[in-house]
Ligand binder design. Structure first.
Ligand SMILES: C[S@@+](CC[C@H](N)C(=O)[O-])C[C@H]1O[C@@H](n2cnc3c(N)ncnc32)[C@H](O)[C@@H]1O
Length: 266
């Protein structure tokens, strides 16, 4: 009977164990590059840092020494133990944790900063997960490897590697939106093509389309200037899920007005 129970438990665990895969060897980021990562992501009090594949814990521990909180996700239980000991030694054990988990099975959506030093194909596998699950404005720092054509905000040199990359997660603004401007007529249609922080908005109102300039998406902030021969709209706003809201400067001939605008994803 006991054997049956044991076999049952083992077979229940097998799918979990077989899913976990070591996707990078243990190689440490030199401490001077850890310090550079801290400066690059401007890590400080108020941050929650998650290191994917945390090794001996040095990144999360250094972040905690700068006033942040955080945790490391590490598949090797020996390294998890070592990281916990190091955290105690550094006097930051109350602000950090190290969990023995597969990073591909972990939830890191609460991070304000995600760090990683992983293999190039792994970083690419993580790319859609990072974009879809992290809140707009979350900073991502990768040691050595980029995320293909997701353009980094910064790429700085490092002591011993291919450099350090910084990305700021942009809001998802792709798709169709209905835009209304308080006190200014019929709703307009806005269509946005998006490739991470690079966006191409198209606005259509009562008088055909608009030429777009000064287009920018940074974290949850969106700005664009829509102009045609009748009028110009300078939109500035914030993205909140399926809503955008902000102010728009409207110019028609010599008349200038400022109004609230909002958009709803349709
Ligand atoms: C290159 S080391 C980086 C260590 C540390 N982040 C640093 O920069 O010093 C990569 C780490 O990822 C861990 N790792 C590999 N596959 C993993 C997985 N599927 N889930 C969690 N950690 C993993 C390895 O055990 C190793 O400690």
């Amino acid at each position: 009977m006991a054997r049956m129970v044991l076999l049952g438990m083992l077979s229940a665990m097998l799918p979990l164990l077989s899913l976990a895969e070591f996707v990078a060897p243990f190689v440490v980021t030199p401490q001077r590059d850890v310090e550079r990562m801290m400066r690059l992501a401007d890590i400080g009090p108020g941050d929650y840092v998650i290191d994917l594949g945390s090794g001996d814990g040095r990144i999360v521990i250094t972040a905690a020494e700068r006033g942040a909180m955080g945790h490391g996700i590490e598949l090797d239980p020996g390294l998890v133990r070592e990281a916990r000991l190091r955290a105690e030694g550094a006097g930051v054990a109350d602000r950090v944790a190290f969990v023995n988990e597969d990073l591909f099975q972990s939830d890191f959506s609460r991070a304000t900063v995600v760090t990683m030093y992983l293999m190039p194909d792994v970083v690419m596998r993580l790319r859609p997960i990072l974009f879809e699950t992290l809140a707009p404005g979350t900073r991502i720092v990768s040691n050595s490897f980029d995320m293909g054509d997701w353009r980094p905000e910064q790429h700085v040199s490092a002591a011993v590697s291919g450099g350090l990359f910084l990305w700021i997660v942009p809001a998802d603004v792709s798709g169709h939106w209905t835009v209304t401007i308080d006190g200014h007529g019929e709703p307009m249609r806005l269509e946005v093509d998006q490739h991470f922080q690079d966006i191409e908005p198209r606005l259509e109102g009562r008088d055909q389309g608009y030429f777009m300039e000064d287009v920018r998406l940074h974290a949850d902030r969106i700005d664009f200037h829509a102009v045609n021969r009748h009028r110009s709209y300078r939109f500035s706003g914030r993205v909140e899920g399926d809503r955008m809201l902000g102010y728009v400067h409207i110019q028609e001939g010599d008349e200038v007005a400022v109004a609230h605008w909002q958009a709803v994803r349709s």
